[in-house]
Ligand binder design. Structure first.
Ligand code: ADP
Ligand code: GN1
Ligand code: MG
Length: 363
């Protein structure tokens, strides 16, 4: 693919130097682009090919991102922050528009957020705390955003009940004859099917508030400042949609508080780090400026458990469907990922009282 040809169609000054694959996202194809400007200065950009099998309507997705980042910019400015650095900056195409459609593929460009890093693993608890503050603040900054103007980029994204239904369908179809490999995992999920629907039920009953949430709060979706260590910018805004704060909290825990990697094959290394769980609870509540309802706070452990179970269900379903959704790098990768998530759920159950006690300290 001719990256140079693509990048030159965006409103960027300078001479193309290089474009290299970048990051560890499971969905989009990301490149870091270096350009040389007039006085020999280098400037970097993030170029992404939007996965339009996952995001079926990239134009609507980009409309969301434009609106959300414009709103955030205004809010950040009002709060005395630096909008250039604290939210994504979309670079338009030379012929206008926020993305480029070329040979059936959708491309977009962001300014590279320099002097910052995204982590694949928590290195010190403070990093996790800072990510929590950033995700909490993100949700708070968007609390006045008109949610009805947002497109649902992936319908039923965190509808855990619907995810279970889809898993059943994949099991029935068994197109790749893989169901035989996963009897234990399916039984584990079956035992937890009822509780898995709890958040969806409470939302329907109006017992949990619908908010504008990020919905994909992995640690590597927040940029931490190299100097201060602070979480400066929440990135990967493709799934910003109306949702529950518990989705954001839970998804962060399932990724960042895991003592093992998301795709660890040695399950004895996978558990929920209670210390990290506590750092995140503290940071997230601070970031939200204590705006969560008592019910939301009470349900934080449940959010963590359900989001972890849901992610396990999604990985397992993708394994059964022939690995068409998440990028894989080895055979059985999605099955390994599903197993870590289920192991993590089990570990949360074993330490349930401790999770609840931790949250009670912050009520
Ligand atoms: P995916 O949707 O595939 O997860 P992301 O948007 O999260 O893709 O990007 C993948 C990685 O690229 C991120 O984890 C981060 O390391 C890096 N990245 C993305 N946007 C920027 C940016 N504006 N500045 C610097 N790094 C970025
Ligand atoms: C994907 O794009 P990325 O890598 O940040 C996925 C999340 C999953 C996560 C599992 C749009 O996130 O929902 O939780 O992988 N994003 C989408 O690691 O499906
Ligand atoms: Mg990402």
């Amino acid at each position: 693919m001719d990256i140079k040809k693509i990048i030159e169609k965006f409103d960027i000054a300078g001479r193309y130097l290089e474009g290299i694959p970048y990051g560890n996202g499971h969905i989009n194809d990301t490149y870091c682009i270096s350009m040389e400007e007039r006085r020999g200065e280098r400037r970097r950009y993030i170029l992404q090919k939007i996965n339009h099998h996952v995001f079926r309507e990239p134009d609507k997705l980009m409309e969301n991102i434009q609106n959300v980042t414009s709103y955030l910019k205004e809010m950040i400015r009002k709060n005395g922050g630096d909008p250039e650095r604290e939210t994504l900056q979309v670079i338009p195409g030379k012929s206008g528009g926020s993305y480029l459609l070329e040979d059936g593929e959708y491309w977009r460009v962001y300014k590279f957020i320099e002097d910052s890093i995204s982590l694949e693993k928590v290195e010190k608890p403070e990093d996790f705390y800072e990510s929590a503050v950033a995700f909490g603040r993100f949700q708070r900054l968007l609390s006045g955003f008109d949610a009805s103007s947002l497109h649902e980029t992936i319908p039923d994204f965190h509808n855990t009940k619907d995810r279970i239904k889809k898993l059943h369908k994949a099991v029935q179809e068994d197109r790749y004859h893989r169901v035989q490999d996963v009897a234990k995992e399916l039984a584990f999920i079956k035992e937890r099917e009822d509780e898995a629907g709890l958040l969806v039920d409470l939302l329907e009953k109006g017992e949990l508030p619908l908010r504008v949430t990020h919905n994909d709060t992995k640690l590597n979706n927040v940029m931490l400042d190299n100097k201060t260590g602070k979480g400066i910018c929440v990135i990967d805004l493709d799934t910003v949609m109306p949702g529950l704060a518990l989705y954001d909290f839970g998804d962060s825990i399932r990724f960042g508080a895991n003592t093992g990697a998301e795709d660890e094959q040695d399950l004895s290394k996978v558990s929920c780090d209670l210390n990290l769980f506590e750092w995140f609870v503290k940071g997230y509540l601070e970031g939200c400026a204590n705006s969560l309802t008592t019910k939301e706070v009470e349900l934080l452990p449940t959010g963590a458990k359900i989001m972890t179970l849901e992610c396990g269900i999604r990985f397992l379903m993708d394994y059964l469907e022939g690995d068409v959704y998440f990028k894989i790098h080895r055979e059985g990768h999605n099955l390994d990922r599903a197993r870590t998530q289920l192991k993590l759920v089990r570990d949360m159950e074993v330490h349930w009282n401790q999770l609840v006690e931790i949250v009670n300290k912050y009520k």
